[in-house]
Ligand binder design. Sequence first.
Ligand code: ADP
Ligand code: ZN
Length: 660
Amino acid sequence: MSQNNNQPPRNNRNRNTFGVVSIIIWALVITVLMNMLFSSFRSSDVQEIPYSQFRQMVQDDEVYAVELSSNKYLITTVADKEAAEKAAEEVTQSQLQNGLGPLLSMVTPTAKARYVTAPVNDDGIVELMAEHHVEFSTELVEESSMLMGLLLNYLLPMLLSIGLLMLLLRFMTNRMGGGMGGIGGVGKANAKVYVEKKTGVTFADVAGQDEAKESLEEIIDFLHNPGKYTEIGAKLPKGALLVGSPGTGKTLLAKAVAGEANVPFFSISGSDFVEMFVGVGASRVRDLFKEAAKMAPCIIFIDEIDTIGKSRDASRFGGNDEREQTLNQLLAELDGFDPTKGVIVLAATNRPEVLDKALLRPGRFDRRITVDRPNLAGRLATLQVHTRNIRLAEDVDLGQIAQATAGCVGADLANLVNEAALRAVRHGRRAVNQQDLLSSFELVIAGSEKKGTVLTEREKQLVAYHEVGHALVAAKQKDAEPVTKITIVPHTQGALGYTMQTPEEEKFLMTKEDLLTEIRTLLGGRCAEELVFNTQTSGAANDIERATDLARKLVTMFGMSDTFGAMGLATVQSQYLEQGYGLTCAQDTAALVDKEIRSIIETCHSEAKDILSRDRADLDAVANYLLQKETITGKEMMAILNGEDPALTDGFGAAPITPA
Ligand code: ADP
Ligand code: ZN
């Protein structure tokens, strides 16, 4: 996905100047240290002697030359001078032999000062030196050379170390994901926030997902014209949660909202907030909202919100202070900002169940928008969107590709189309043909097979019959809740399809018959597997768990069994933890309870199986229709059961169906 106009938000000014000052101070320290180190090296081959010894040496004719300066005398001895002359002789000799004369003349050794002494106020020394034929001189100190010295000794190394330090810092900040913003500036906002002034994405770029688009429509309208809402006093939710598998287009939808409303788009990933240092994430949240407020109205998009929004009371050992602080800050910001300003937070997750309840409370992310895996029509539309700018050969049949890609998400399909285009280029063709699409389909499938989302033909049949099993058992029982939707498009992790039932009116009480009806419905899936394929699949695990749980409650808590009657055998242990309950009876009784539960399950199982085998033709008809369409409504199913053409019922129910 391309991100145009990416620019990091302007950092705090104070912080920048602070960083520069600290760098300069560090560079200064390094320079001084380096100078001290070098001067100690330099002086190491010059030996300091007392002045009296120097005077004695002059008198003894041991001194060849002295260089006088205001704070030290550098002394060259006669012995050294002679040694140097000898060495020079040898060098010249060898140069003459090798014929390299003039080239190397500069490396001819000369005598170096061996001793140094501190000058004493001694007027006679000059005369003494002249007497003993000592060469003496003093350096011509020019102002410019002093300047040069200063420059060379201090300014240059300092500039160098500033450069080095800056490089080092940049390297560190990049490596640590922005953790160290300057020495001493740990953790101010270097998080990777992307701002797009204009996303350039509209709803036309998002294929399918009509329900999600419809829910987002209101937000767009609000961003367009907040006055309309504030006039009445209506408050819009500050946030909406986009829930769906990875690659289903949550980011794309969020961008499209910004694009449709023509407002800037801030995006950040939840994992960017979580850092080593406690408090870093929280300060990033604060900065993010501050930046966004400046550009309001705008959209803030937080990807992978589950990384910070994990439930806090899932009492693990130790806990995680950092995440908790970040989450608290996020909640505070959500509560704090003025909803009329027009900052709307969209968050995405594929694990809504782990989110902290506090995040989902009214006024926060109280709207949940499901972004489903696309069905056949959705996949076809996605393929069409992504082939818009691609030259297709005449033999291309996108319908066939859509048919084959059950379970694929939008990102898979986008990838498939791109792979096909690449393949066409590799083969030197000027347009993408069907073969390109089919073989890149294999590539994408081979890549995603591990994820277990793409079903084989047989699996699809098994899932279809399983789901229709549920639906039919429900439809054929008097008190069952009506089926509203059956799908074999894989949804959350593990569930390969589902059957949705919606009660006609809210129920607060369950009769014994209601419970048994529900158990039969839950077992309907397994019954269909047995009846049609003479097999059992692991897909029924969740159904069985729920059916057994219901039966257990029926016996132990609701007092509805024949054996025990109205005897309480279990108590609720914690109202908040998944409705956990524990048995409060003797072990022998517990064994009897299990037996009772088993008999309930078995009775319900055989009753459900009877229903299905009695109406086997209906089962086949609905399953075939489902296989073809992948998602069907309850009305379409009822139409088939009534012997009508399901294609004539409109999906959202203008034409009422007369029940048989
Ligand atoms: P998510 O945020 O849900 O993981 P993205 O929004 O990042 O998924 O989707 C990744 C890519 O997949 C998008 O850039 C787009 O090319 C493609 N895509 C996903 N869903 C759709 C869709 N409904 N219509 C068109 N393209 C889609
Ligand atoms: Zn099932």
